[in-house]
Structures are given as structure tokens and as C-alpha cells.
Design a protein around this ligand. Structure first.
Ligand SMILES: Cc1cc2nc3c(=O)[nH]c(=O)nc-3n(C[C@H](O)[C@H](O)[C@H](O)COP(=O)(O)OP(=O)(O)OC[C@H]3O[C@@H](n4cnc5c(N)ncnc54)[C@H](O)[C@@H]3O)c2cc1C
Length: 394
């Protein structure tokens, strides 16, 4: 069932953006750390499921904010949007962090202690509430995600990969990069030696006194791991589709092709693949299912071609769709590291065998920022002002 808090349509995303933007300056900077609890008015945007699936794009969100605020006034919010971009770029260059997470998750048994933590039955104030809130709503405030991960790892001493998996299975914005790398950051794996310790005072202060858990770990010794392989360079990809008549393939990684491809692109038809097997949990699946119907309607109107929703992203489905309109070219947005990228990587050779080419197109936003995610966020964010001028305001 679709979460009533996140209607899966672009109109709902734009509404949310419009309501949020006046508060993207001072209100956000001052209030973003406070978590007043589910259903209460907070300073954050709650745009994450829409950004995660690119129902709205980062460029559009930042551009809308910059139309009402100076860069300096909205810097904090823009920085947070850029954290998402940073994590995506970093994982693109270090895909082993994702495969290592999957291996580590699969290597652990889900013990009774893990099951109790997931059900919110640890007796730890706040933690139990967040576990239930996550399962029920598919969303947690950023600070609650940090407290939860820290308590999971350092107080309960549970395997971090099972905590990250619990988040993936329930978050409506579940994202391989933001989730895995944030858990790694809390654990002290991402910025080697630097951990995040949740404290009773900090929780009490930023939950407005709703929670003040006792018995939390008082130190957070970093977890360790073998070095990851060196960064792989980001392969350059074109920013536009080839000129040949094509089938447009829309995936859950990028559901706004209208802002990616010229209106004149020769799309003969479109297929929007909402493949549940490539997502983790019920909230995200329901969201993508709804967003896929919405995308199909918009795409048909925008590009003037028929568009259908498919529950599968596999060779048989795509070949049949291409044959039905007699084209030998598929065009899709590039997917970042994760299951959709894996599915596209399998699709390309299977299509090639049928004489059908798959062209992937990368957004200028990703091509501009990702290669700079080589060191820490501090160095990365220095790129912001100049690149944003070009990407959002040109
Ligand atoms: C342990 C942990 C797991 C997380 N897992 C995910 C995840 O699976 N998917 C996900 O989208 N975010 C994840 N985040 C990041 C962040 O918590 C959410 O993006 C944010 O809470 C979404 O709420 P919002 O849209 O109101 O954010 P806002 O504060 O309004 O920020 C605007 C946008 O900026 C981006 N953003 C904000 N904070 C962060 C951040 N710390 N890291 C990366 N991007 C950020 C998001 O796209 C967000 O929608 C995680 C953070 C932690 C600590």
C-alpha cells in the first residue's frame, strides 16, 4: 500500500518542493537537526523518496531553492542535497563497498537479538520507537537514522550490515549509496577511525525531550576492515540519446526522462520498468509502482509516444517491446551502483544477441560532480558554487 505521507507522483513532489522552499534558508539551517516525531511539522523537506528515484532532480530542487534564496542563505540545505551526490559518486568509484556490504549481510545469521531490535523490543527508549516508526512509515529523520545506527552498532553490538539491511528493507528512500555509506560512516569504516556516538543528552535535546535513553554506550571504537580496492575511474557517458528511433526505457533510478532527453528525441514508445525484485521493501515497491504509472502518463504526453508500465526489467520484456515497434535501439538513463545497474549490465549483452543496442545516458549533474568524490566531503563541496551556477542557473 502506498504511504499516505509520500504520494507517488511528480505533482506531489513539486507541491512539496514549493511548500518547503521558503524555509530552505535560515529555518532549515537552524531546525534540520530537530526530530519532533512522526506526523509533526519539521524543518526538513521530506523530499528524499522523490530525489532517490529522480521524480524530481537535484538540479531542479537546488535551482528552485536558488531562485528564492542566495547561495549563502541556503548553503546548508544545498550541502545536504550534495551529500547524496557525493555518496553516489564515491560508491561509483568504489563499488566493492556495496558488494562487501552484501557479502557481509549474507554471512550473518539473523539472531534473536537482531529480531528483537527490528521489532523495537530492546527496552531502549527512542530506539524501539524508531524501529517501529521505520517499519510503519518507511521514513526516519536523518538524526534518528544516525542515533539508531549508532545504538545498533555500539550499544547493542549487532552487525552493522544487518542494521543497514533492516533500513534498506523498510526505507521508502532506500538507496545503496546513501544507506551503505552512512552506516559505514557511523561505524568508523567510511572515514577511517571516525565514528558517531549517540548520547542521551543529544537525543533528548533534538527530540524535544521525547526520549532520553539510559544505558547507551559511552564510547564508539571504530570497526575495521581490509582496505578496499583503489578507486575505479568513472567511465564517461554521453548526455544525450543517439538520433536513431528508439524505445525509451525508464527505470526506478531516474523517473523524470523529460528533463534528461530533448523533447525531439525520436522515441517511438516507452516502457517504465517498476521491477519489485530490484527494490527491497514494501514501502519502496509501492512508491515506485505508483510513480511508474505517473511517469508513463507524463512520458506519453511529453514525448508523444505510447508508454506502458512493466513489472519486469529483463531481456524478454525489453526485446518484445522493441520488436513490437520495430526498433533496434533502447535508450535509458545510466543507473548508479546497485541492482538496477546490475540488471542493465546483464541486459546489454542479451539485447546485443538480438541485434538491439542499449545506449545509456548520464545526467550532466552526475558527470560534473561524481568524479570529484575522491576524497572527503569538504574537498568535494568546494566544487559547489561554480558547478551549480552552470547546472542550475545557466
Ligand atoms: C544510517 C543512515 C542511513 C541513511 N539511508 C538513506 C537512504 O537509504 N536513502 C536516502 O535517500 N538517504 C539516506 N540517509 C540520508 C538522510 O538521512 C536522508 O536522505 C534524509 O533524512 C531524508 O529526509 P529529507 O528528504 O527530509 O532530508 P532533507 O534534510 O530535507 O535533505 C534534502 C535532501 O538531501 C539529501 N540528504 C539529506 N541528508 C543527507 C545525508 N545525510 N546523506 C545523503 N543525502 C542526504 C536527501 O536526498 C534529502 O532528500 C541515511 C542517513 C543515515 C544516517
Amino acid at each position: 500500500m502506498t504511504s499516505p505521507a509520500f504520494p507517488p507522483s511528480r505533482a506531489a513532489a513539486l507541491d512539496r518542493l514549493e511548500t518547503f522552499v521558503p524555509g530552505a534558508g535560515q529555518r532549515y539551517a537552524v531546525g534540520r537537526n530537530a526530530d519532533p516525531g512522526p506526523g509533526c511539522q519539521s524543518a526538513v523537506s521530506r523530499l528524499s523518496p522523490y530525489l532517490r528515484h529522480r521524480v524530481v532532480t537535484e538540479a531542479e530542487v537546488v535551482g528552485t531553492v536558488l531562485a528564492q534564496h542566495t547561495f549563502d542563505a541556503a548553503e546548508k540545505f544545498i550541502q545536504e542535497v550534495l551529500w547524496r551526490t557525493y555518496w553516489k559518486g564515491w560508491l561509483e568509484m568504489h563499488p566493492a563497498a556495496w558488494s562487501r556490504f552484501l557479502d557481509e549481510r549474507d554471512a550473518h545469521e539473523a539472531t534473536n537479538a537482531v529480531a528483537a531490535a527490528e521489532r523495537g523490543e530492546t527496552g531502549i527508549e527512542g530506539f524501539d520507537d524508531w524501529a517501529r516508526e521505520l517499519v510503519e512509515t518507511g521514513y526516519l529523520h536523518n538524526h534518528a537514522r544516525m542515533w539508531f545506527a549508532s545504538i545498533w552498532i555500539f550499544t547493542l553490538r549487532l552487525p552493522w550490515a544487518l542494521g543497514a539491511d533492516f533500513f534498506l528493507r523498510h526505507l521508502i528512500d532506500a538507496d545503496p549509496a546513501s544507506n551503505t555509506l552512512s552506516w559505514r560512516w557511523v561505524a568508523g569504516l567510511q572515514t577511517a577511525g571516525k565514528t558517531y556516538l549517540a548520547t542521551r543528552d543529544n537525543i533528548s535535546r533534538y527530540t524535544g525531550g521525547r526520549f532520553a535513553p539510559r544505558g547507551l554506550a559511552t564510547q564508539a571504537l571504530p570497526l575495521t576492515e581490509a582496505l578496499l580496492p583503489p578507486a575505479r575511474p568513472i567511465a564517461p557517458l554521453p548526455a544525450q540519446a543517439p538520433g536513431t528511433p528508439a524505445l525509451l526505457l525508464v527505470t526506478a533510478e531516474d523517473m523524470h526522462p523529460e528533463s534528461l532527453f530533448d523533447r525531439q528525441t525520436r522515441f517511438v514508445a516507452a516502457i517504465v520498468a517498476a521491477d519489485a525484485d530490484l527494490l527491497w521493501g514494501a514501502h519502496a515497491r509501492a512508491f515506485v509502482r505508483g510513480a511508474a504509472s505517473d511517469a508513463a502518463t507524463r512520458v506519453a504526453h511529453h514525448f508523444g509516444c505510447p508508454a506502458q508500465v512493466s513489472a519486469k526489467l529483463d531481456a524478454a520484456t525489453i526485446v518484445a517491446a522493441a520488436r513490437a515497434i520495430d526498433v533496434r535501439q533502447i535508450v535509458t538513463a545510466a543507473a548508479a551502483v546497485g541492482p538496477v545497474a546490475d540488471a542493465l549490465a546483464q541486459l546489454a549483452p542479451a539485447l546485443a544477441k538480438e541485434g538491439i543496442a542499449l545506449a545509456t545516458v548520464r545526467r550532466r549533474w552526475d558527470s560534473a560532480f561524481w568524479p570529484h568524490a575522491t576524497r572527503g566531503f569538504f574537498a568535494f563541496k568546494k566544487q559547489m558554487p561554480e558547478k551549480l551556477q552552470d547546472l542550475c542557473c545557466a
